[in-house]
Design a protein around this ligand. Structure first.
Ligand code: SF4
Length: 293
């Protein structure tokens, strides 16, 4: 978490099935959230399982970035993938996040609910990987749905197995990263496997949820005609659930973070896609009858 994050101790708080902890009000990037002090390892695991506490990197209020309308986007800590083009390697380790009480997060949603309704917005969980903390995220989503607030999950879908059908029922929209169209390229790009993403997309489709696919176009890595065709075919298999595909051109805005964390950056000298390449890829998606932005 950022060094700017400070806190002041306020109340004491009892975690479900756990002992009593002093609580602090976070300042800085997580300003205003109540957070337990001094969770030991066992209680971190229990809290994670129950969803009483989430480990959060940061949050913000934005418009038309992470879903429709004005949204509260919460960036969760922890990610099992290691994408070569990751812009947020500072979110990879869950233990680097700040623990935030479930109640505090729900109160924040409640505070903004009128703004969300007025703008057609809502809450988005992003990351890191939002599906790494399924109990916390799904309990916030359930509370949001009870308030009539729109919910959006930004995910790679890699942790499909973490999500039950009941949890999916509280998702209105999924921003689903289809990072590549075949296992070989997916492995190269992320270190993980593609099949869970496809499976998650099909489960969303089967439960009538909306999907916006995101595909990062990196010259020489994800741009082959074959790979793009395979991504398009996966998108097509999401049927009417798919509203559009966002083709995101690779850029170097994340490079300083890799340097700061002293992690070897595999795309150090990588260039973004040319206008010609973007057009070719957009046309490939359009050839499958898909809407592309
Ligand atoms: S899934 Fe997202 S947060 Fe995780 S490594 Fe990939 S780009 Fe980074």
């Amino acid at each position: 978490m950022s060094e700017a994050t400070q806190f002041r101790t306020t109340t004491r708080h009892m975690l479900k099935e756990s002992k009593e902890y002093a609580s602090q009000t976070l300042m800085g990037g997580l300003s205003g959230f109540e957070s337990p002090i001094g969770l030991d390892r066992r209680d971190r695991i229990k809290a994670l399982r129950s969803g009483d506490v989430g480990f959060v990197h940061s949050w913000d209020i934005n418009t038309s970035v992470d879903g429709p309308g004005t949204r509260m986007t919460v960036f969760m800590s922890g990610c099992p993938l290691r994408c070569q083009y990751c812009q947020n390697p500072d979110t990879w380790k869950m233990r680097d996040g700040q623990p935030v009480y479930l109640d505090a997060m729900i109160k924040k949603v409640d505070r903004y609910k009128d703004l969300f309704k007025a703008t057609g917005g809502g809450i988005t969980f992003s990351g890191g990987e939002s599906m790494m903390q399924p109990a916390f995220v799904s309990r916030v989503f359930h509370a949001a749905k009870e308030m009539g607030v729109h919910t959006c999950l930004d995910t790679s879908g890699f942790l499909n197995a973490n999500y039950t059908d009941e949890m999916i029922d509280d998702i209105d929209l999924c921003l689903l990263d289809v990072k590549s169209g075949n296992e070989e390229t997916y492995k190269k790009v992320t270190g993980g496997t593609l099949a869970p993403t496809i499976e998650f997309g099909h489960r969303l489709r089967d439960r009538g949820k909306k999907i916006w696919v995101r595909f990062v176009l990196v010259p020489g890595l994800t741009d082959s005609e074959e790979n793009v065709d395979e991504v398009a075919r996966i998108c097509k298999s999401f049927g009417d659930s798919l509203e559009h595909v966002d083709v995101l051109g690779f850029h170097q805005l994340g490079r300083p973070k890799w340097h700061e964390l002293r992690i070897p950056y595999p795309l150090e000298n990588q260039k973004g896609p040319s206008a010609k390449l973007r057009e070719r890829v957009a046309n490939q998606f359009k050839d499958y009858g898909l809407t592309v932005y």
